[in-house]
Design a protein around this ligand. Structure first.
Ligand SMILES: [Fe+2]
Ligand SMILES: [Fe+2]
Length: 218
């Protein structure tokens, strides 16, 4: 498979996985009865991620990808966080990990990927993703605050976990990206050094200060 196809295949599966994980979180949030506004945004995010997956799949096909090469690993489509804990704490972990780390870093990363893209299917997918990611980021921090208000020991819970979430996201994007010859900014691809730079900058300038404001050192 060409590198461009591989990247868009990975993106398709990652976006679909985001839809599944957010839908599972939404059910937890219904069970623990968070605010209707929070539920409403969570519900919208599920369908945003389905749209991202669909647009990424179209980019993958436009790049010559074979639809049979998009196998979903079903066991990765469930939230693995703190399975023994009450749902409030599980949701707190997911907010911190998937949204306050994952979606917060996604904002500058996708903006950078969009900047040099010139191929129409890539532009269409990246434009939609860029448009939605800021809302997804905001949802994470709002949900975190709503849960912290309810959980007297929530800050202690986060202090035991959030540093690892931040470390994981830094590692995930360190060396991530395309190094092969057919790497193509026109298709929304970026070299590993840029992934690393943008991620580190986002952690230093956005993620760390926002956790610190809530009493959590990461
Ligand atoms: Fe997405
Ligand atoms: Fe997202």
């Amino acid at each position: 498979m060409r590198h461009i196809q591989k990247v868009w295949a990975q993106r398709t599966l990652a976006e679909y996985r985001s839809a599944c994980l957010t839908a599972e979180l939404q059910h937890w949030l219904l069970v623990i009865a968070v605010s209707p506004d929070t539920l409403d945004v969570c519900h919208r995010i599920v369908m945003d991620e389905v749209a991202h997956a669909e647009l990424s799949r179209e980019a993958f096909l436009a790049a010559g990808g074979d639809p049979a090469a998009l196998p979903l690993a079903r066991d990765t489509l469930f939230l693995p966080h703190d399975v023994e804990a009450p749902l409030e704490y599980r949701a707190l972990s997911v907010a911190a990990d998937v949204f306050c780390c994952g979606e917060t870093v996604a904002v500058p990363l996708f903006l950078a990927l969009r900047e040099d893209a010139t191929e129409a299917p890539a532009i269409e997918a990246l434009d939609r993703i860029v448009r939605d990611e800021a809302t997804h980021r905001a949802f994470g921090w709002t949900l975190l605050d709503e849960l912290l208000e309810r959980l007297p020991d929530g800050v202690v819970w986060l202090q035991q976990r959030a540093p690892e979430f931040v470390r994981r996201i830094a590692d995930a994007y360190d060396g991530y990206g395309s190094t092969t010859v057919d790497q193509g900014p026109e298709w929304g691809l970026m070299p590993p050094v840029r992934y690393g730079e943008i991620t580190r900058q986002c952690i230093d300038e956005v993620i760390r200060p926002r956790f610190a404001k809530r009493g959590v050192t990461v």
